[in-house]
Design a protein around this ligand. Sequence first.
Ligand code: ADP
Length: 226
Amino acid sequence: MPEMLRRNIVMMGAPGSGKGTQSAILSEKLGINAFSMGDILRGVAKGDSEEAKLVKSLIEKGNMVPDQLAIRLMENELFKPENEKGYILDGFPRELSQAEALDTALNSEKYAQYHMNIDLVLLLQVPDDYVIDRIIGRYQCAHCKTLYHEKFKQPHVYGVCDVCGGKEFTRRADDTYETVVSRLRTFRRVTAPVIPYYEMKGLLVCVDGTGPIDVVSEKIRKIVGY
Ligand code: ADP
């Protein structure tokens, strides 16, 4: 592995800044897993344990999952031998307490056999009016979850997923103008304090996320060094 390659990556940015899109590209190029809390929670909610029922009801009500539970679920997914070659955290940690808890886990005795400290935190910077546009036009393949956009990223053949050939697409129920505005406010209040935390550790690199998808991914390629 070239020395400069930085493979343990946290992807940060406002909702709609392109975290999911760029995480998927990086995950494919580097052959490593990308984890988003939303996907993990939706996966857990499919089970029929007591925990699954709790998670399902929290998601349905649109409530945040308690910190302790979110961190434990993330730990379960992250600390696996296959992720020692690298990982991407897409939109996690979402608040300072989660960033601190993640560091505690990364440095704990329990996980000492894994060498998984964060190498790089990428902050995608995009003005609010862009992210509102991006979120309102966002949809995804119902089968393989590939992300598309009405204006910026249509499938090559209209109505057919580029990746799996699926013909059904879904939208997130919370991708409306009103919820985007409120999610942006939450981002500023709750998530933004994580930025100086990583900056102090010398891990933060800001990326201008306003250009087309391939322009942004090229900037990220140079920073990551692959
Ligand atoms: P996040 O994970 O940060 O919420 P997404 O990756 O889901 O953001 O991107 C939001 C929407 O904007 C998606 O529909 C995606 O296809 C589109 N998108 C992502 N990056 C860009 C970009 N650089 N230019 C235009 N549209 C983009």
